[in-house]
Design a protein around this ligand. Structure first.
Ligand code: OGA
Ligand code: NI
Length: 365
């Protein structure tokens, strides 16, 4: 199925989405750690509360990749349930060296500690989403996230815009490359197991991408003097196939929406967090869920998270797989969309699940 030959190296890198310039949050905090400007303050019902379900955090499924690679039936079954019920799981025994994870964290932490002028050498231009800045700011009225980010397209390599790849601290570019290659391997291995539980041959899911695209987003969440008034990142689902996230080992922040309750995804040291993205939800005709998630801020600690997005080529046509529809009703929940159209549409506002709703068959939406 792999059909990479259709897309040549001459193909130009697409642009993604424009955004409105907003303040750098790390700098706001540096200037006055107590200020929380009104544009960051959430409506009461959107604020994080102490009643978010911390006791459920330990129920987020843990998947052992080494068992999946051996074709272990029980583990495949666990993966199937995790994708249906949680849309999220931790991955252990993923094969990525602990030293590499640490190297990535150390280098990124050093980047964020640089003076603003230094970081702004890689500033995101207003018509695109690559570089250091704030994605998805589409209106002056929008309540802003308590975070800054570095966003890069990593694959295919001819889409890279190296001017946004920081070369300080020295070696960061190489570390991003090395880390991204290791995560790509984890992703392709996960795709093999996901193919199996979706009733296909091992390599089919990869083939459906036409070309496996990879984006990288390092989120920096500064401390906040009123963490219960703000959100680090607004509730959203990812418009990816899957997302693979590395978190700090000792700072919490990520929360997922499980049956209408916010559940923290507390870090398991050295594990990776994987979530099902919108495209798996669409291919599986809604069987596997692209779950809404958000990040909360902390009052005394900054948090950094490292999100790798795997997604199809812009030209790939996405529609529910025939064999994943109910054999009796054959009811198709999602209509056919070109991935590039879907992605750009969802980028108009990365919030909630509105973008998956748009892709639903009219009569059901
Ligand atoms: C994201 C995301 C969560 C986190 O970057 O899409 O959901 O914990 N990040 O930073
Ligand atoms: Ni996300």
């Amino acid at each position: 199925m792999g059909s990479n030959e259709t897309f040549t190296e001459n193909e130009e890198a697409p642009t993604y989405a424009p955004w409105i310039p907003v303040p750098n949050v790390q700098e706001l905090v540096r200037e006055d750690p107590l200020q929380v400007p009104q544009r960051y303050v959430r409506e009461l019902e959107d604020r994080p509360t102490v009643t978010d379900m911390p006791h459920l955090s330990s129920l987020v499924p843990v998947i052992d990749l080494s068992l999946l690679l051996l074709g272990n039936k029980e583990e495949l079954n666990k993966l199937d349930l995790a994708c249906q019920d949680w849309g999220f799981f931790h991955v252990v025994n993923h094969g990525v060296a602990k030293e590499l994870l640490q190297k990535m964290k150390d280098a990124a932490a050093e980047f964020f500690e640089l003076p603003l002028e230094e970081k702004n050498k890689y500033a995101m231009p207003s018509n695109d989403i690559q570089g250091y800045g704030h994605a998805y700011v589409v209106s002056e009225e929008q309540i802003l996230d308590w975070s800054d980010a570095l966003i890069l397209v990593v694959h295919p390599s001819h889409y890279r815009k190296l001017k946004f790849w920081p070369n300080s601290p020295i070696g960061l570019q190489e570390i991003i490359e090395e880390y991204s290659n290791a995560i790509r391997k984890v992703a392709t291995e996960l795709f093999q197991s996901l193919s199996l539980i979706m009733g296909m041959d091992k390599e089919d899911l990869l083939g459906l991408h036409k070309q496996l695209m990879q984006g990288y987003r390092v989120n920096y969440y500064p401390p906040c003097s009123k963490p219960d008034h703000v959100l680090g990142i607004s509730p959203h689902s990812d418009s990816s196939t899957i997302t693979i996230l590395m978190q700090d080992d000792d700072v919490c922040g990520l929360q997922l929406k499980h049956y209408n309750e916010w559940v923290p995804v507390n870090p398991i040291p050295d594990a990776l967090v994987v979530n099902v993205g919108d495209i798996i939800e669409m291919w599986s005709n809604g069987k596997y869920k692209s779950i809404e998630h958000r990040a909360v801020a902390n009052d005394n600690k900054a948090r950094v998270s490292y999100a790798t997005f795997l997604y199809p080529h812009d030209e790939a046509e996405i529609e529910p797989l025939n064999h994943m529809m109910d054999p009796k009703t054959k009811q198709q929940i999602y209509k056919k969309v070109k991935y590039g159209d879907y992605l750009r549409n969802s980028m108009k506002k990365l919030e909630g699940k509105e973008h998956t709703e748009m892709a639903k068959v009219e009569t059901l939406a």
